[in-house]
Design a protein around this ligand. Structure first.
Ligand code: F6P
Ligand code: MG
Length: 438
């Protein structure tokens, strides 16, 4: 069924949107209140005066959410996107309240509103209220970071001797590293030596771990990337979270470069703190500081080789960082050609654009309640049909939309396995969805 679906609203009973507006947002904002109180506890002078104002404003946002108040227009803070948010709030006939608005819009508005609180201050204008959370979560992934660094070096060492089949399996595994990094849950990852990978047993194990990938276009992507007629080797990655996911993305980036599948990779980050854990430019520099810290990562063998290698890739320009205001608007990617023409054109010149994570996926499919059997190319609208942009979504399912399921029988099977459509929401299932943009 390919009829255009409507976006999910926070008033849609039984959806994750509904639950998020009532239960998750108040907790997220309370987290900001607490973390900011701690950061502000040692300041004085104008910083203290401003901190008190911000504190009051944050509490008021929580109050508005809980009491289902109308979304207020954003205060001007020097960045033009405020106008677009306000036009949507002011011109909608129905009137948006926190618990009765399009989920995607309401959630982007929340983070934009918080940003505007800090941006309008003098002493706090570059403050990241989520930094503490991002850093403390990264520390917890110590073992996985050390292990992945080791595993990466092992695989790269033998790359030259690897058979065609082994090369394909390395791609499958590396892609899954980047995929499951989004769940910060690597329990589904296979952990095999190159030897084992080369054996049928290894292949079976990797393929088993792919069972929870409900739409899996890995083979198609591999075919595309290894096609000798591919026009260029620039890849773009629209990043999602800082911390462990960012580490897996850097490993994936290094792999794509080292294997020759890419010659240059641009990583797209957010301009300011977004959806709690999304990566900003300063999260990339913090990542390197953390990775070099003996206190945080005492087992240095693999990291002492990998980290300078990663640094080198940035220094020689093989990896670059891109920023664009479009990523922190509420627009879905159906609007990219109109709202961010430069970005759209830049992606048309890229050989592959990889979108990481749940929010990017929601924006790709317009956060709409599609039938799960709808094709991915249909759900991503203009990007999927005429843009020519090659899109690859690596996403663990943490919201209401999921498309690309092969048929109704498979949907029924998943509904039995994870009743109440939990396979779309609980982060244990995922998609690797590809569109050739034609
Ligand atoms: O768990 C749901 C949620 O918080 C959504 O609000 C949002 O889409 C997503 O998670 C953020 O996840 P990700 O970092 O994968 O984009
Ligand atoms: Mg995120």
């Amino acid at each position: 069924d390919n009829t255009p679906a409507r976006g999910v609203w926070t008033s849609d009973d039984g959806t994750m949107a509904y639950d998020t507006a009532r239960n998750r947002w108040p907790k997220i904002v309370q987290g900001m209140v607490d973390d900011f109180a701690q950061a502000a506890s040692t300041c004085d002078g104008t910083a203290l005066v401003e901190a008190r104002e911000i504190q009051v404003a944050l509490k008021s946002i929580k109050h508005e959410i809980i009491n289902n108040k109308a979304l207020k227009p954003l205060q001007p803070d020097g960045v033009g996107d405020v106008v677009k948010f306000n036009v949507e709030i002011e011109q909608t006939e129905r009137g948006y309240t926190w618990q009765d608005c399009p989920w995607l819009f309401g959630e982007c508005y929340l983070y934009r509103r918080v940003q505007s609180l800090f941006a309008r201050s003098t002493d706090w204008n570059s403050f990241d209220v989520f930094k503490g959370q991002k850093d403390s979560t990264f520390v917890k992934s110590r073992a996985a970071v050390e292990e992945l660094a080791k595993r990466y070096l092992e695989m790269m060492q033998n790359l030259e001797q690897a058979s065609e089949e082994a090369l394909r399996l390395i791609f499958v595994e590396m892609t899954q590293v980047a995929l499951w990094g989004n769940a910060t849950d690597l329990s589904l990852l296979s952990n095999l030596s190159l030897d084992q990978v080369q054996k049928l047993q290894g292949r079976e194990a990797i393929e088993r771990s792919q069972r929870n990938i409900v739409d899996n276009d890995t083979e198609e992507v591999w075919g595309y990337l290894t096609d000798p007629h591919r026009s260029n080797r620039r890849i773009d990655i629209v990043l999602d979270n800082a911390g462990f996911e960012l580490f897996t993305d850097l490993v994936y980036t290094a792999y794509l470069l080292e294997s020759g599948l890419a010659s240059k990779i641009k990583l797209h980050v957010k301009d300011f703190p977004w959806f709690v854990s999304d990566a900003t430019p300063s999260d990339i520099s913090s990542m390197f500081e953390h990775l070099c810290s003996v206190d945080m990562f005492p087992n240095r063998q693999a990291l002492d080789i990998l980290v300078p290698k990663l640094r080198g890739l940035f220094e020689c320009g093989a990896i670059t960082i891109g920023q664009h205001g479009f990523w922190t608007t509420a627009a879905s990617f159906h609007e990219m050609e109109i709202d961010a023409t430069g970005l759209f054109k830049c992606f048309q010149g890229s050989s592959l654009v990889i979108f990481k994570g749940d929010l990017n996926y929601r924006k790709l499919v317009r956060d709409a309640l599609w039938q799960p059997t709808t094709g991915f190319k249909t759900a991503i609208g203009p990007l999927g049909q005429t843009s020519g942009i090659k899109v690859l979504a690596l996403r663990t399912n943490k919201a209401d939309s999921c498309v690309g399921i092969e048929n109704a029988a498979r949907v029924e099977e998943l509904d039995r396995e994870a009743p109440g459509r939990q396979w779309v929401r609980n982060g244990k299932y995922a998609v690797i969805s590809f569109s050739d943009g034609r």
